[in-house]
Design a protein. Structure first.
Length: 425
């Protein structure tokens, strides 16, 4: 420990955890609001609160199993510190009560072996069952373990400004420990989680924060100079910026999204990037007239569809607990509608990439299979071959079928799916 935990800070951690567990808002948003309202908390105190809350969310079910039958937030925090963060009961002197000492002393020997599989994997029952049917028990265990670890910090090189080697050299000169990504030729992986917001490389647009797996989704589009391209669900524009750089700042790149708030986050990133070929457009829905006006005109369209986000659980562990099985069924209908609308933009001979950050086949291959059955003018391309043309070879077994499937336990990226489709006529 680098500092002594006070009863006041412990109480604040309990309070934040209670707010997070209402699941009314994403955990990171709850923490951000709490820190804004409690500016007296120093950097170390904020880090303690955030790391403890996220550690609990990652291992919620097994940690609660180590508590009483009806655990309170105090027990949850104590169990997290001992079992998930490696603290000793001696580290908690001044915080623990005499009535808790016996329980705390026994905590390090708590054995999860006899827990039901979903609890051992720290997954809700419905999600465990769906993953089990899809992958099998051994793979689900490996996947769940990977999802319970924090994600690394990946950067993407802006090729309009320089090479990855330039970025690595400048990061080293600035005192950062960084290595090349293992998959994307644009990726740099930082050791630790250093602050970047005020770093010259970030302010100049030489780098952007983007998971290495997410970078591969953009590379599957293979956007070229002078083309007409649409990022159909652009959000804050991480993939938009990659695609614009692929196009070497030529042609025309539309960034569609239904959320003005998300698109507003693209604007400062766009300014840093040096791109002038990007046109952000807020649409009301996938059938918006601004979409219809571009029907059949696009060379390439990326659909990073709204999804459960379960592939990003390393970064957002509360996603496991904020969703239910019925939410996936509702999402699938939305995904199908968005994919069909995006497909209408693609010209004959053009390319359509459907992607999610989900691990569930219902949101991935099943959506694509239904689409292909209704749209015989499209046919699938091999994602492996497209990546190989760019010097990217994924480790492990060959890709199942033509689609890209990334998993944190296999590729050390977030979980992603992508299918590449080409329009014949």
């Amino acid at each position: 420990m680098k500092y002594r935990l006070t009863p006041a800070l412990f109480k604040q951690t309990e309070s934040v955890l209670a707010q997070v567990l209402r699941f009314e808002h994403p955990a990171d948003a709850v923490l951000s609001r709490y820190f804004r309202e409690n500016r007296q908390l120093g950097h170390a105190d904020r880090a303690f609160v955030a790391e403890t809350v996220f550690a609990f969310l990652r291992r919620r079910r097994s940690l609660e199993a180590a508590c009483s039958a009806q655990p309170d937030h105090r027990q949850r925090v104590l169990a997290t510190l001992i079992l998930a963060r490696g603290w000793r009961s001696d580290d908690l002197n001044g915080v623990i009560k005499s009535s808790e000492k016996e329980w705390l002393a026994a905590l390090p020997t708590f054995d999860t072996a006899n827990l039901p599989p979903a609890l051992r994997c720290d997954l809700p029952d419905w999600l465990y069952e769906r993953l089990l049917a899809q992958y099998g028990e051994a793979e689900v265990v490996a996947l769940a373990q990977a999802l319970s670890r924090p994600a690394p910090l990946d950067l993407r090189t802006n090729i309009l400004h320089g090479t990855r080697e330039d970025v690595l050299r400048k990061l080293a000169e600035a005192g950062f420990s960084a290595v090349p990504g293992q998959l994307s030729p644009l990726a740099v992986r930082l050791r630790g989680k250093p602050a970047l917001a005020r770093q010259p490389l970030f302010l100049s647009g030489d780098i952007e924060v983007q998971d290495e797996g997410s970078q591969l989704l953009g590379l599957l589009l293979e956007a070229k100079r002078g083309e007409m391209v649409t990022d159909f669900c652009a959000g804050a524009g991480g993939k938009t910026l990659l695609i614009g750089a692929q196009m070497r700042n030529t042609g025309r790149l539309y960034a569609f999204d239904v959320s003005e708030k998300r698109l507003s986050k693209l604007k400062p990133r766009l300014a840093r990037s040096g791109l002038s070929n990007v046109h952000p457009v807020r649409i009301e829905h996938e059938r918006d007239s601004r979409v219809k006006r571009l029907s059949g005109k696009m060379d390439r369209v990326l659909v990073d569809a709204p999804c459960s986000g379960l592939g990003t659980v390393r970064r957002n562990p509360d996603l496991k607990w904020r969703q239910e099985a019925r939410d996936i069924d509702e999402l699938r209908a939305k995904q199908a509608a968005i994919l069909a609308a995006a497909a209408s933009l693609v010209r004959p001979g053009g390319r359509l990439v459907y992607a999610t950050c989900s691990l569930l086949e219902e949101e991935n291959g099943a959506v694509v299979a239904d689409f292909l059955a209704q749209h015989p003018e499209f046919f699938p391309l091999s994602a492996a071959e497209i990546l190989a043309r760019q010097g990217i070879v994924l480790p492990g077994e060959p890709l199942p079928g033509e689609s890209l499937r990334l998993r944190p336990d296999v590729h050390d990226t977030d979980g992603f799916f992508a299918a590449v489709l080409e329009r014949r006529t």
